[in-house]
Ligand binder design. Sequence first.
Ligand code: HEC
Length: 167
Amino acid sequence: MAKQKQSPWKRILIILAAVIVIIQLVPFGHNHSNPPVQQEPNWDNPQTRALVQRACFDCHSNETVWPWYSNVAPVSWLVQKDVIDGRRHLNFSEWGTRRHEKLDDLLEVVKEDEMPLKIYLLMHPEADFSAAEKQQLLDGFQRTLGGGMPEEVMPGGEAEHEGHDDD
Ligand code: HEC
C-alpha cells in the first residue's frame, strides 16, 4: 500500500466524478417525448394561453421544452418525474381527460402559490409572475372555464361546480 499520505479530497473528488458519470447510465430521465397535442381548453384569448404556456406548459402539456440540464442526472430524474406527474394530474394538451381541470383547482393553486412548483422557478424566472400577471391568469382561467363572468376572484370564493363532464 502507498506509504505517503494522500489527500482525502482527491479521492473524494474522483469518486464523486465517477458517480456522476455512472448515474448518467440510469435509463430513467431520457424519455423526452412530447406526444401530439389533442385538445386544448377553449381559451378566452391568446394572452391567457400565453401566460399558461409560460408558467405551466412545461409540466402540464405535451409541449414541454426540455432544457439541456434535463439531460443530466440527477436533475433529469427530477424533471422527468415532475413532467410525468404533472401531465398525469392536468394536461392542457389533452383537455377533457384529467381530474384537475376544475376552475376551483386551478384558481387555488395559483392563489396559494402552490404552482408553478418552487423548484421550477429557480431556473424559470419568467414563470414567477407579478401580482398583476397572477391576477390576469386568474381572470383568464375564470373566463375560460367559468362560463364567461370575469367576476372578482375572491380568496376562498366558492364557484359552484358548474363544469359538466363530457362523458
Ligand atoms: C415544474 C413542473 C410544474 C409546473 C411548471 C406546474 N406544475 Fe402543476 N403540478 C406539477 C406536479 C408534479 C403536480 C402533481 C403533484 C403535486 O400536486 O405536487 C402538479 C399538480 C397540479 C395541480 C393539481 C393539484 C393537486 O392538488 O393535486 C394543479 C391544479 C396544477 N398543478 C396547476 C398548475 C398550474 C395552473 C400551473 C401554472 C401556473 C402549474 N401547475 C405549473 C408540476 C408542475
